[in-house]
Design a protein around this ligand. Structure first.
Ligand SMILES: *[C@@H]1O[C@H](CO)[C@@H](O)[C@H](O)[C@H]1NC(C)=O
Ligand SMILES: *[C@@H]1O[C@H](CO)[C@@H](O)[C@H](O)[C@H]1NC(C)=O
Ligand SMILES: *[C@@H]1O[C@H](CO)[C@@H](O)[C@H](O)[C@H]1NC(C)=O
Ligand SMILES: *[C@@H]1O[C@H](CO)[C@@H](O)[C@H](O)[C@H]1NC(C)=O
Ligand SMILES: *[C@@H]1O[C@H](CO)[C@@H](O)[C@H](O)[C@H]1NC(C)=O
Length: 446
């Protein structure tokens, strides 16, 4: 959809003004980032593409932080079009207008800058950021976010010898404008051309390990639509953290990572000193895309050898069973916000159930996706700002139903009301033939 900035331009000053209302605790450290977002040539699959770089890098730089840090990220948009970054998994408590999706935050106009002010309050774990407008994510602009525990807080495993960000995702040789045009012409996305690991094609990345030591890999699926399976030849993956929660430490030979998910695994270099394949392959697709990277032992006697290990392909049960096997380690320490007595999960009475079903279809000749029949269109003023400044007529609470009702897809700015401290059960229903992880584009307002 074309970006209509008329309203946002006028109200850009709200975005700036509102930043100063953000309450930060003076004693928590500050980390400052200056980012310049530009277009630049990248060659991930061997052909030249116009990528989105941050400070000249593709993928963008990692954000390293510690629980409660204040992150001050000044983003200069040097693209000729509006740009917006979302901080996937960062809770943005009392700060949702910094979340960087259209709906909460104004895009940064071309040639301008905006300073995101986030506090990673009471959070730990592995996350990533990505551009949220105009299919920019298909061109780059993403990177890892890690939030370490504060030094005094025990972590339920020994300090790893190294800690690597592993961004995996499907990738297209077509540029993001072309991909967007395909949807705008009413077609679905084509099958991807490849899979990237940290922005590189086959055997483009190598992680060096010392024999006998244990390493942490923070794996995020930053792709557009494909679920991916991750595995390492001859090595086990010990899952220790999922998006900010320490898990019961379970050993897997491979791990499914759906779009938007982040997992931390420990890998011990307990094999003979040589190089091993890291394999990422597509799930639930009839033809299987595969890429490889290298786990390189510092005392390696030789290059990778043998066939890359196979993994699950179209089996859905395998994936569901693996997801069900993942459990929170309730005795592990870690900042754990405790809204309304979350230690008593299972005992709290649900006050409301919301069912959200996704669907796909065409509206006005364009390929659209909907939740409970509503395909979201942004209002000209971000909803959080409209809410904050009591601007009438921007959105209507109740413009999306609580339950699917089977109606045809229509466009609206969907907003659902909710009561403060209600205990809501949300059920995602997928009747489409593609595997999707739900993204809630509605705002729950009290
Ligand atoms: C961003 O990078 C571009 C291209 O290198 C440069 O022209 C521009 O001055 C940079 N802007 C900032 C704010 O650093
Ligand atoms: C833009 O960057 C300048 C400094 O480089 C900074 O002083 C200013 O506050 C930034 N503006 C916004 C809206 O973040
Ligand atoms: C859970 O965390 C505790 C406390 O750190 C740790 O001792 C225990 O080994 C963990 N359990 C599992 C199964 O990972
Ligand atoms: C994107 O791809 C289209 C079609 O291949 C091409 O015409 C266009 O110039 C490309 N745009 C950029 C910015 O590379
Ligand atoms: C849930 O409802 C039951 C039955 O009404 C009640 O006995 C119980 O105390 C409620 N639990 C909580 C945590 O409020």
């Amino acid at each position: 959809m074309p970006l209509n900035l008329a309203g946002c331009g006028l109200r850009a000053f709200f975005c700036i003004a509102i930043s100063f209302f953000c309450i930060v605790r003076a004693e928590d450290p500050y980390r400052f980032f200056n980012w310049n977002v530009t277009y630049g040539d990248i060659y991930p699959l061997g052909v030249r593409q116009q990528g989105i770089l941050i400070n000249g890098q593709f993928p963008g730089p990692d954000i390293h932080s510690v629980t409660n840090d204040n992150l001050i990220i000044n983003v200069f948009n040097s693209l000729p079009e509006p740009f917006l970054i979302s901080w996937n998994g960062v809770q943005q408590r009392r700060n949702s207008y910094e979340d960087g999706v259209w709906g909460t935050t104004c895009p940064i106009p071309p040639g301008k800058n905006f300073t995101y002010i986030l506090q990673v309050k009471d959070q730990i774990g592995s996350f990533y950021y990505f551009p949220s407008l105009a299919f920019h994510k298909a061109a780059g602009g993403f990177g890892g976010i890690r939030i370490l525990s504060r030094p005094l807080i025990p972590v339920p495993f020994p300090d790893p010898a190294g800690d690597y960000t592993v961004l995996i995702g499907d990738w297209y040789k077509a540029n993001h404008t072309k991909l967007k045009a395909i949807l705008d012409r009413g077609k679905k996305l084509p099958f991807p051309d490849g899979i990237l690991i940290n922005g590189r094609g086959p055997n483009g990345v190598s992680f060096t390990v010392d024999q006998g030591k244990t390493y942490r890999l923070r794996i995020s699926n930053v792709g557009l639509q494909n679920s991916l399976n991750f595995r390492i030849q001859g090595h086990k993956l010990v899952l220790v953290e999922v998006e900010g929660t320490h898990t019961l430490q379970t050993t897997y030979s491979s791990l499914d990572v759906h779009v938007g998910q982040s997992y931390s695994v420990l890998v011990t270099a307990d094999q003979p000193g040589q190089d091993y394949y890291i394999v990422v392959s597509s799930r639930f697709t009839t033809s299987i895309l595969t890429t490889t990277g290298v786990l390189h032992y510092s005392n390696s006697a030789g290059p990778v050898s043998g066939p890359p290990p196979g993994g699950p392909t179209i089996q859905v049960d395998w994936s569901l069973n693996q997801a069900r096997s993942i459990r929170t380690n309730l005795t592990a320490s870690g900042p754990r916000p405790n809204p309304q007595g979350s230690y008593h999960y299972g005992l709290i009475n649900t006050t409301r159930t919301i069912r959200l079903a996704n669907s796909a279809g065409q509206v006005n000749g364009k390929q659209r996706y909907a939740v409970n029949s509503v395909s979201f269109i942004p209002a000209d003023t971000p909803l959080k700002l409209a809410d904050y400044f009591n601007i009438e007529g921007v959105f209507r609470v109740g413009s999306i139903s609580n339950n699917p009702y089977g109606g045809g897809i229509y466009l609206d700015t969907s907003v659902m009301g909710a009561d403060f401290r209600a205990f809501v059960e949300i059920v995602f229903e997928n009747y489409e033939d593609i595997y999707r992880v739900g993204t809630l584009m509605a705002i729950l307002s009290s």
